[in-house]
Design a protein around this ligand. Structure first.
Ligand code: NAG
Ligand code: NAG
Ligand code: NAG
Ligand code: NAG
Ligand code: NAG
Ligand code: NAG
Ligand code: NAG
Length: 579
């Protein structure tokens, strides 16, 4: 059976490279009791049971008309923690990430949930449920910053936070590349299929990348209103060549609207705007134009210098009909209320045509916790892999910090306090330059203290009641900001770094039988120093004396040199004789 399905997969992969993309889809049905294949799309969905250990699965009321994914949702506790799903990615590859929410419960309307969703440390959306029977969809296009991303739910202001589905869709090559992707994600604000035959969205399998293309018939309040009179819907069954950059689905490009009276206009509200946006318009000439007919038009509204003066002639721009022409605006500032219109030029015989649009907001990527600190925390967590505290997930500091650490509000955040962890003290600790407090008391830490010489901001260190052994690193004594150091009830040995005893540091070290004050050693050291100086002085006097002696000797010898050649042969004598 497994063999057979393997064959099937290989066959499908050979049949189409696009189908292979599907095997890379990650589709999580949050709250679902098991894995399944959705017969309406053929896509496999996995339950989040093994992925998410928090919250509970809740049956959703009235999921009528919605697909299987909306029968259950996952509710999270109402607290100050974050709940994160980690998705594997390929660094620097572009992805579409989508989260959807169907609340379902019609009952207590005053408690409809409102909460935050983050992608890594970046605020993705404030999820606000106004209509319990509507599926809220949030999409973001990213270039993966590392080998995984975290999608976190947190910070409920009303109701309990929840999630219905989470999807990751890899994109192909340079699709949705922008000049700003090092620093910005693209938050999808609108993706509309004009001239759609019904209110249904177009997505997989019609769109191999499983983008959701909303139908222009699915009008909502303030969404696709103020349509210009004379707007007509057209369609074709001919294939449309979509191989340009963004690969919109053929099905979307086979329909369009035309402004038969010379104008095409719509108004829609853009969530989260005014903002800088990446905007795409998709055109394909799907009407048969006669030899003396032309379709030429301009963008009249909003006025964008450089673009509004350009004349669109789809067939000419695309070099043929039934071919995609895809002008886009790399960075355009748009208002919350977007009114756009295309107007035909005077010499054009046909009105403007529009197949689809996409508008995405540039969302600045927020800095994750400094990687040096994260490596230490990762090392600490990996030593207690089974403990709940070591598995909170997501970024240590943003949007909510892990229970056992405290973070600075700097960019990027740094760890300022660690407390109540178990295991061994990792050597990477020394990378945490911004740590001010270290509370590791009352655990079973053993082994030696690692080098802490870089931790120059440390003020308070609690290491008491552990099984730590070996010497106290002398660098502890020179930490410039150290105020309190507690190491009672351990097995430290050797001498206490003298600076710890002379500086104004609160230092408690009883219960370490092998540890002794450096005072003796200090005396000893002074003794050695005194003795050494004495010996040196004596040696110097002796040396001076011998020098004088040699001088006299040499004088005598040089008198005799003429008759007794070669007496001063030893190098030592030669050297001193030359004075
Ligand atoms: C669901 O699929 C995932 C990923 O393939 C797997 O790890 C998990 O064990 C499956 N769960 C069940 C209940 O079969
Ligand atoms: C990108 O997609 C196109 C069509 O969808 C396909 O022909 C091509 O092989 C894909 N390229 C890669 C690298 O996946
Ligand atoms: C295509 O257009 C024709 C007439 O223009 C219309 O009758 C038909 O329903 C349209 N088909 C679709 C799928 O929209
Ligand atoms: C877009 O243009 C504005 C104004 O010129 C500029 O401030 C901004 O940095 C640009 N890029 C993004 C991603 O907003
Ligand atoms: C096209 O040109 C022919 C001859 O000049 C003319 O008879 C016809 O009306 C024109 N058609 C349109 C749509 O302008
Ligand atoms: C436009 O298409 C014609 C044939 O349809 C082809 O000969 C020509 O090279 C194309 N031009 C460009 C710029 O692709
Ligand atoms: C050290 O151990 C002793 C004996 O178990 C205990 O009485 C004392 O409170 C401990 N010191 C600290 C600082 O906890």
């Amino acid at each position: 059976m497994a063999f057979l399905s393997l064959f099937l997969v290989i066959y499908l992969c050979l049949a189409s490279s696009v189908l292979c993309q599907v095997s890379e889809f990650i589709s999580i049905d949050c709250g679902s009791p098991g894995n399944y294949t959705d017969p309406s799309t053929g896509l496999g969905w996995v339950s989040d049971t093994g992925i998410m250990n928090h919250g509970k699965s809740v049956a959703v009321e009235n999921p009528s008309g919605y697909s299987m994914q909306y029968e259950r949702r996952r509710d999270f506790p109402i607290d100050n923690k974050k709940y994160c799903y980690t998705l594997r990615t390929q660094e620097r590859r572009r992805y579409l990430v989508r989260a959807t929410f169907l609340y379902g419960d019609q009952g207590n309307e005053d408690a409809y949930p409102k909460f935050e969703m983050y992608l890594d440390a970046t605020e993705w959306a404030t999820v606000t449920i106004f209509d319990a029977s509507r599926v809220y969809v949030y999409e973001v296009i990213i270039r993966a910053p590392s080998s995984s991303i975290d999608v976190c739910i947190c910070c409920a202001t009303t109701g309990s936070p929840f999630i219905s589905t989470l999807e990751l869709r890899p994109l192909n090559l340079s699709m949705y590349a922008t000049n700003f992707e090092d620093n910005f994600f693209l938050k999808v604000a609108a993706r509309v299929n004009f001239g759609a035959p019904s209110k249904d969205v177009v997505r997989y399998p019609d769109d191999p990348y499983d983008r959701i293309w909303e139908s222009d018939l699915d009008q909502r309040q303030n969404f696709l209103v103020d349509k210009a009179p004379g707007t007509e819907r057209i369609n074709t069954t001919k294939n449309v060549d979509i191989r340009t950059r963004e690969y919109p689905p053929v099905k979307v490009m086979q329909t369009a609207v035309v402004g038969t009276e010379g104008v095409l206009s719509y108004r829609l509200n853009l969530e989260g705007f005014p903002a800088n946006a990446r905007a795409y318009a998709y055109f394909a000439e799907i009407e048969n134009l006669g030899p003396n007919e032309t379709r030429k038009f301009k963008l009249q509204q909003p006025y964008i210098p450089d673009y509004s003066n350009a004349v669109v002639n789809i067939a000419e721009n695309a070099n043929g009909s039934c071919r995609l022409y895809e002008p886009s605006y790399m960075n355009v500032t748009l208002n919350f209320v977007l009114s756009f219109s295309f107007v035909k030029t005077h010499d054009s015989t046909r009105g403007p045509l529009l197949s689809a649009i996409e508008i995405s907001k540039y969302q600045v990527i927020a800095a994750k916790t400094d990687w040096k600190d994260v490596t230490v925390l990762t090392a600490i967590c990996s030593m207690s892999a089974e403990s709940a505290w070591a598995n909170e997930g997501g970024d240590p500091c943003v949007p909510a910090h892990w229970e056992w650490i405290t973070c600075s509000s700097t960019i990027p955040p740094r760890i300022t306090k660690i407390q109540n962890v178990k295991g061994q003290i990792p050597s990477e600790l020394n990378n945490m330059e911004e740590l001010t407090e270290l509370w590791l008391d009352g655990n079973f830490f053993s082994g030696q203290l690692p080098d802490m010489s870089n931790m120059i901001n440390l003020r308070i260190v609690h290491l008491e009641n552990n099984k730590l052994s070996g010497p106290l690193p002398s660098a502890l004594g020179s930490l410039p900001n150290l105020q309190e150091l507690y190491i009672q009830n351990n097995s430290f040995t050797g001498e206490i770094p003298p600076a710890l005893l002379t500086r104004k540091v609160i230092f408690s070290y009883e219960g370490n039988p092998g540890l002794h004050k450096g005072a003796q050693r200090k005396m000893h050291f002074k003794l050695i120093l005194g003795a050494s100086i004495g010996i040196l002085a004596v040696l110097f006097v002796v040396f001076l004396g011998s020098l004088l002696l040699f001088r006299n000797l040499c004088r005598n010898m040089s008198h005799k040199r003429s008759d007794e050649k070669g007496s001063c042969t030893s190098a030592f004598f030669m050297l001193h004789c030359s004075f």
